[in-house]
Structures are given as C-alpha cells and as structure tokens.
Write a protein that binds this ligand. Sequence first.
Ligand SMILES: [Zn+2]
Length: 257
Amino acid sequence: MKGFSSFVRLLSEVGDILAPRRCALCGKRLMAGEDFLCLSCLSELPFTRYFGRKGNPVERLFWARIPVARANAYLFYFPESMVSRLFLSLKYGNRPHYGQALGAMMAAELSDTDFFDGVDAIVPVPLAQKRLRKRGYNQSEKLAEGISSVTHLPIFTRAVERVVANPTQTQLTRTERRENVADVFMLSRPELLAGKHLLLVDDILTTGSTLMACAEEMAKAGDVKISILTLGLAGKHGEGPELHPETINYGREAFVR
Ligand SMILES: [Zn+2]
C-alpha cells in the first residue's frame, strides 16, 4: 500500500506540473498540502468561529421566530471584500466546485463538535427551476455535497421545491420580506421528511426570512426537527440582518481566544 500511496502522490505532483492547481482567491499556485485556497488567503478569511456552539448569534436570530435545533454560519460576509468574491463566484460564476470545497471545509470545522449529532439528512434550500436552468447548478446543493463528503449524510434535493423565484428583497422592510417569501416553497415529498432531523443549508444568511419560510414549509411534513447551516452571515456591514451588534464581536472574541 505504501508503494501505491507514493505512486498516487507522484501522479498528483505530475498533474500539478502539467495543470497547476491555483488558489481560488489570489490565483497563486497551490503548494503541496494546500487545497482550494492558499494558506495566506485562508488566514485572511473572516471566520465566525462560532463552531456550532449552542446559543451563538445565528441560533439566537432564529430562536425568536421559529424552533430550530441548532444553527451556525461559517464566515462573515462583507460586500465588495475578498470573501464576497468567493460567494459571487459560487453563485453566479459557474464554479460549482467552490461549493463542494467550502461545504467540506465548514463540515470539517463542525465535525469535532456535536453539531451534526442526530441529524438524518441535508436539505439544500432549493432554487426555482428557471434559475437552476440558467445557472446550471444550485449553489446550496453544492455546499450540501461538500458537507455530505465529510458527514456521509444523505441529501434530499426534491423534498421541498421553490415554486416562485422570489424577487429581490433589497428594498423591503422586515415584514415585507417575510410576506415576500411566504409562498415561495412547496413541500413535495412530505413522507421523506416526516419524523426526521433535517439540516437546512444555504449559501448566505441575511435576514433569515428565506430560510424561515423554507423551514416552515418543511415542518408541515410533521414531527420534523430543523437545524440550519449557512456558509455566510451578512453582518452589520452588509445590507440587512437584524442582528445584535455584538454578533460581530462574538466572532472576534472567539478569534482572539
Ligand atoms: Zn491565495
């Protein structure tokens, strides 16, 4: 086996020479041991460092409105920053593998915690068919694939569908946003979800209204428990979320510790 693994390493080194792997952010050639992002870009990412802890700011955001078992976000999202390029490329730039890589990264961070305990399956927030055809993939589904590669949890992609591509939320108040997404989702396979603990996955948490609408629709299956995991959390610098200002500090403190 030893000979085989050094042969595989040799192959990957040869592959690296022929088609060098490059950092998704700075484009620099990746060194051995680096994957997807170079260590320098990785160290610059604004991690929330919530580590899925009970009572973290993302959980508290949902507690007041819908019952969630657990909730977590991996990165703070700052518009027009380095990190925003990752999100934009994943969503609009035809980079499905970014989702798989980032999904695996966030699952790896949580796999040492009890965050996934009791979870039966992953449900990516669905895209409307029209948008899916245009983009070619659902970014949340790609994140789910990355999470599944670490956790081995199954992914349910057709249990809940998005029947309306909701219009932009930017100019709406909080109440209008909730109304805006109220009938966007439709539970199509309740028998698949009933009685299960489901991990709802999305690329970015802004106000939470989309995730809440989706979770409420899933809850109609009966006896479901819902946890939420997003790649990004749009902080107070972004447009939107009604988060307590200490949310950002919470991450910083954890970073220093
Ligand atoms: Zn880099």
